[in-house]
Write a protein that binds this ligand. Structure first.
Ligand SMILES: [Zn+2]
Length: 351
């Protein structure tokens, strides 16, 4: 989710930073490459953001230029997000750091060569990474249980009942009252999600398993945009799947990256829509979608529109093609993510 980019100052071109700096360069900068194992387009290893021990929790897609943690912290995003989390700075400062490290310090200088990611990828394809070193420390029992053995997110035993549904942030994101009510969204003024927009997440059986908290706007220094409960594994859920499959079987299932893409599509009448809550698909998410489509059908992928994004859909498409027809839908030029489109534009994209 990168809506905050609309608040960009003229001095940092976030899009250009994302297109110019590869995730491999960033991982190398932090000397993390050796902790990761490469399989094709993907790297995996213990998560350097929450310092976990699970050797596959942290996954990187080289072509999509993004990362995701399927372990405790559940963080994910692009190169700028990674640096922001690693340095504890905001998105803008992280972009400035990347500019400084890899782009000669001045983003107004045109990128000398497009997409260094390509060059790095070519070099990488000749390099076979050694297997990740054996873990020097045994994971604590708590960690093992949390990251390796949890096969489901237990249903919550409470529900947030006092959410404020008319928060200006929801309006700013273009959501109307019906959409807000449908998805049960609202501003939370107490508890751990205090100060966040609460987004209820249900499992496939429609049981409430978590609330994600979205900071309403540009988060303060060091605060992530999304807060997920400790121990919650987003890799085990597909957002909105329980509602999508109440829709007719012959209607295509639209798969998007983020919550707000899902909200925007629903509001525009594309109601059979689910979100992966990240830029990659976990084996569990793949299984959930497959199980929900026993007779096959059509899946439409609508992912963020950046250079890496076009490559990234390919991997997910290949995996979903095993059990469904897959169509990749392109956003109009200049539009970064589906939730930036008006309802009319969304309808046009799906025509
Ligand atoms: Zn993590």
């Amino acid at each position: 989710m990168n809506a905050n980019q609309t608040l960009a100052s003229p001095f940092v071109d976030f899009k250009e930073v994302k297109a110019s700096v590869s995730i491999l360069q960033v991982l190398e900068h932090y000397s993390l490459i050796d902790t990761l194992k490469q399989t094709g387009d993907r790297l995996s290893g213990p998560c350097p953001l929450h310092n976990g021990n699970n050797p596959t929790a942290f996954r990187v897609s080289i072509s999509k230029n993004c990362f995701n943690c399927f372990g405790r912290c559940g963080r994910g995003g692009n190169v700028i997000d990674f640096v922001a989390l690693k340095e504890g700075v905001d998105f803008r400062d992280a972009a400035l750091l990347l500019q400084d490290w890899f782009m000669g310090g001045d983003a107004s200088v045109p990128a000398r060569e497009p997409a260094p990611a390509h060059r790095v990828r070519e070099e990488r394809s000749r390099t076979v990474y050694p297997p990740a070193p054996t873990q020097p420390e045994t994971p604590t029992p708590a960690e093992t249980e949390q990251e390796d053995e949890a096969t489901e997110n237990p249903p919550l035993t409470f529900e947030l009942t006092t959410l404020k549904t008319d928060h200006p942030y929801l309006e700013m994101r273009g959501l109307d009252a019906e959409t807000i009510e449908h998805f049960g969204l609202g501003y939370c003024s107490r508890g751990i999600l205090r100060g966040h927009i609460a987004i209820p997440i249900h499992n496939r059986d429609a049981k409430l398993v978590a609330y994600a908290g979205r900071w309403p706007g540009e988060p303060p220094h060091g605060t992530p945009k999304y807060k997920l409960p400790k121990g919650f594994r987003k890799s085990l859920e597909v957002f909105n799947l329980h509602r999508a499959f109440q829709e007719p079987e012959d209607v295509p299932l639209v798969v998007v990256e983020g919550f707000f893409d899902c909200f925007a599509l629903w509001q525009a009448g594309i109601t059979k829509c689910v979100a992966l809550m990240g830029c990659s698909i976990s084996p569990e998410q793949e299984k959930l979608i497959a199980a929900a489509m026993p007779n096959g059908g059509t899946i439409e992928l609508l992912f963020d529109n950046d250079e890496a994004g076009h490559h990234g859909t390919e991997e997910i498409a290949a995996r979903l093609l095993q059990f469904a027809l897959v169509r990749s839908i392109e956003l109009p030029e200049g539009v970064r993510q589906p939730d930036e489109l008006s309802e009319d534009e969304i309808a046009e994209v799906f025509e």
